[in-house]
Design a protein around this ligand. Structure first.
Ligand code: SF4
Length: 377
């Protein structure tokens, strides 16, 4: 605004309209002088992305395929959590914080009387890169490699566009940086996006409602912990408790083996009421044995963590698949028995391929390494 010879506070006002009220039409920014509104309208507040496709799943989740200015495509997923008693017998976690256990319990309790707040809380999964350089062999985003980093504006626009699709009874509750890309590989844009999303004049989301998921970039985990004082949640895609096996699944493990990764988790300046999330995708015959569960429990014994077990989403063209439900239950019971907090994540949006990278990559072929290293067990 100053470079346009307007007072600096006009910048605050435009920021508030854009990020606080989700208004992108300058004509509706009523506290701006008419001349400035006309200036913004004529030059256009060009959004950095638009919704190209919306895929609605039978389970209520929605996958948005977004097109960026250069025609690159990324995806973001909206996962509504309605307070019903449907899941009363299933121990699940909806990405709520540990200090929010009452709300999590409310989700699985029968409805009684008045509800608190909106009936449907929505978690949104955000992408940070077009493709991904990390090359995890189980992940559709890793197949095509990294095309480019997303800008902070593009990352934030996923939230802006999703908010326009929310119904009156829905509220955005949690953001998880767990879509396409490795957020800490695109460190500066990820941090800037979080600062915008948590800004009190913008969406004003509490940092504890945001979780950043990483494949294990140790120096960046340390830097990120210092950046937000541990207030932003951290999730680790672990998936294996053995170095050789993890390196075969996730090449990043060759640079930062499990021992170094666990060191970074111990140093992460986490609030004492919170836990780091360990994501463990269960792949039949690969990492779901009784010995795998025991090794994982030993590894995590001294850490303040919760474990999310995620039965793998089927990927077209892949020979890999999820374990049976009884096998998943045995694995969970084994971790519980060892004293670990452990949840089975519901697989959502199978019918719209709502796992990272799958929609954008629809039609692409997996590479030979992917097929040959991971025969179905
Ligand atoms: S799992 Fe995450 S880090 Fe690994 S290739 Fe996929 S998007 Fe990248």
């Amino acid at each position: 605004m100053q470079s346009r010879r307007h007072p600096a506070y006009r910048g605050d006002q435009v920021f508030e309209w854009l990020h606080g009220h989700n208004v992108t039409d300058a004509d509706k920014m009523t506290n701006l002088p008419a001349a400035l509104r006309a200036e913004l309208v004529s030059e256009g507040l060009t959004p950095p992305a638009h919704v190209a496709e919306v895929h609605r799943s039978a389970d209520g989740s929605q996958k948005l395929l977004l097109e960026l200015g250069d025609a690159c495509r990324v995806e973001t997923v909206l996962l509504p959590v309605t307070r019903t008693s449907d899941d009363a017998n299933v121990l699940v976690d909806d990405d709520d914080d540990d200090d929010d256990r009452d709300d999590a319990n409310a989700e699985v309790a029968p409805l009684a009387g008045a509800r608190r707040g909106p009936a449907t809380r929505v978690s949104q999964c955000l992408s940070t890169q077009v493709g991904c350089a990390m090359g995890c062999v189980f992940c559709a985003s890793g197949i095509a490699g990294l095309k480019r980093h997303m800008t902070a504006a593009e990352i934030v626009s996923q939230v802006t566009l999703a908010r326009q699709l929310l119904g009156p009874d829905e509220a955005l509750r949690n953001l998880v940086f767990m879509g396409m890309g490795e957020p800490l590989h695109n460190y500066d844009a990820t941090v800037r996006a979080i600062r915008i999303l948590t800004h009190p004049k913008g969406l004003g989301l509490a940092p504890r409602r945001i979780t950043v998921s990483t494949s294990g970039l140790v120096p960046e985990i340390d830097k990120f912990g210092a950046e937000f004082g541990g207030k932003v949640g951290l999730a680790i895609s672990l998936h294996q408790a053995d170095d050789a096996k993890r390196s075969a699944l996730m090449p990043v493990n060759q640079r930062y083996p499990i021992r170094e990764l666990l060191g970074a988790l111990r140093r992460y300046p986490l609030d004492r009421r919170r836990r780091i999330t360990i994501e463990y995708t269960l792949v039949a015959g690969q990492n779901d044995s009784a010995e795998d569960a025991r090794r994982l429990a030993r590894l995590l014994a001294s850490l303040t963590v919760k474990v999310n077990l995620i039965p793998m989403n089927p990927i077209e063209h892949s020979s890999l698949g999820p374990p049976t439900a009884p096998r998943v239950a045995e694995f969970q019971a084994s971790l519980h028995g060892a004293g670990l907090l452990c949840f089975v994540r519901r697989r959502r949006g199978d019918d719209v391929a709502a796992a990272c990278g799958q929609l954008v990559l629809d039609g692409e072929r997996p590479n030979a390494r992917f097929v040959s290293r991971q025969p179905r067990g």
